[in-house]
Design a binder for this molecule. Structure first.
Ligand code: MEV
Length: 329
């Protein structure tokens, strides 16, 4: 039996635009998905997943049974969750050249599901790492990232970037532009505060929505390119350790995501609550539609303001994770 874990992430800049080849800067955070994998005697896949949201739903899936999980989570998220774990199992079978290997998989996660913190990428990355090791193959973090990207690409109907999976596998702050993925080495202290509205967005639908806006309107295509410009400015601010500038650019980035239709009332309210409490800046993180915002604030004020913001269910600080995927002893 092998247990691996991988971190979630926030986007400092660049979600959605990264799907069209613009750069993005996701940052891994110290909230992890932990996946335990044990090889079975047969070729079945059985999944036990508890606490896939902060509210602690339980999902069970058995590839030999037709029973549907009876939980209060959007069916699309359950289908996606099963798809991600099937994908992780397939990748491990392929890496070990063991096409008939079966697995007992248990998932625990402190990353809210579908909320923009990279829960699916973390589960796939940890799942591939644990399942390949269980079959006697040790992949590098970059090899895990490549295989995890293939799974996300498949489950998200060909609309995934490498950002979430690379960031989760490698850890730290990373820069992703198309196939070019690299770690950012000099990162200032980033005082992340997260606000979570308890909801979730459908990544596939949100990405498809931006795609059609971009195809219909020249100004939407320009908006996507402008997000790329913000990311390039942001990289300079990271190099200079200029937190105030990072905050201004996050505000700008949120405005453009809002224009592309991927924000929501609760995300906007949380963003404004953080800004009004003098955070350096705030934006939604991930696909949007609901879920989380990320603010930069080195005082207690944004967290306190978010606690009293209608629509905000949880708020917490998040440290930058520098490890990426790891085996748990
Ligand atoms: C989702 O976490 C981030 C998106 O940019 C999609 C992707 O990069 O695959 C919306």
């Amino acid at each position: 039996m092998v247990v691996s874990s991988a971190p979630g992430k926030v986007y400092l800049f660049g979600e959605h635009a990264v799907v069209y080849g613009e750069p993005a800067v996701p940052c891994a955070i110290e909230r992890r998905a932990t996946v335990e994998v044990e090889e079975r005697d047969d070729d079945a896949l059985r999944v036990h997943a508890a606490d896939l949201t902060l509210d602690g739903y339980t999902v069970e899936y058995d590839s030999n049974s037709d029973a549907h999980p009876d939980v209060d989570v959007a069916p699309s998220l359950i289908e996606a969750g099963v798809g991600y774990l099937n994908g992780a199992a397939e990748q491990a079978r392929d890496a070990a050249d063991r096409p008939n290997a079966g697995f007992e998989i248990t998932v625990e996660s402190s990353i809210p599901l579908g909320a923009g913190l990279g829960s699916s990428a973390a589960v796939v990355v940890a799942g591939i790492d644990a399942a390949t090791r269980e079959l006697g193959v040790d992949l590098t973090a970059r090899e895990v990232a490549q295989r995890a990207y293939e799974v996300e690409y498949e489950v998200q109907d060909g609309q995934a970037s490498r950002a979430d999976t690379f960031c989760s596998a490698v850890g730290g702050a990373v820069r992703v532009e198309g196939d070019d993925c690299r770690a950012i080495t000099e990162v200032p202290n980033l005082p992340f505060v997260i606000g979570y509205d308890g909801g979730e967005g459908d990544t596939g639908e949100l990405v498809a929505g931006v795609r059609s806006l971009r195809e219909e309107y020249e100004f939407a295509a320009t908006t996507v390119e402008t997000i790329g410009d913000i990311v390039r400015e942001g990289e300079q601010a990271i190099r200079e350790g200029d937190i105030e500038e990072l905050g201004r650019l996050m505000d700008f980035n949120h405005g453009l995501l809002e224009a592309l239709g991927v924000s929501s009332r609760s995300l906007d309210e949380m963003v404004w609550a953080a800004r009004e409490s003098n955070a350096y800046g705030a934006k939604l993180t991930g696909a949007g539609g609901g879920g989380c915002i990320v603010a930069l604030d080195d005082t207690e004020e944004a967290e306190t303001a978010l606690k009293y913001t209608p629509g905000c269910e949880q708020t917490f600080r998040a440290e930058l994770d520098t490890e990426g995927v790891r085996v748990e002893e």
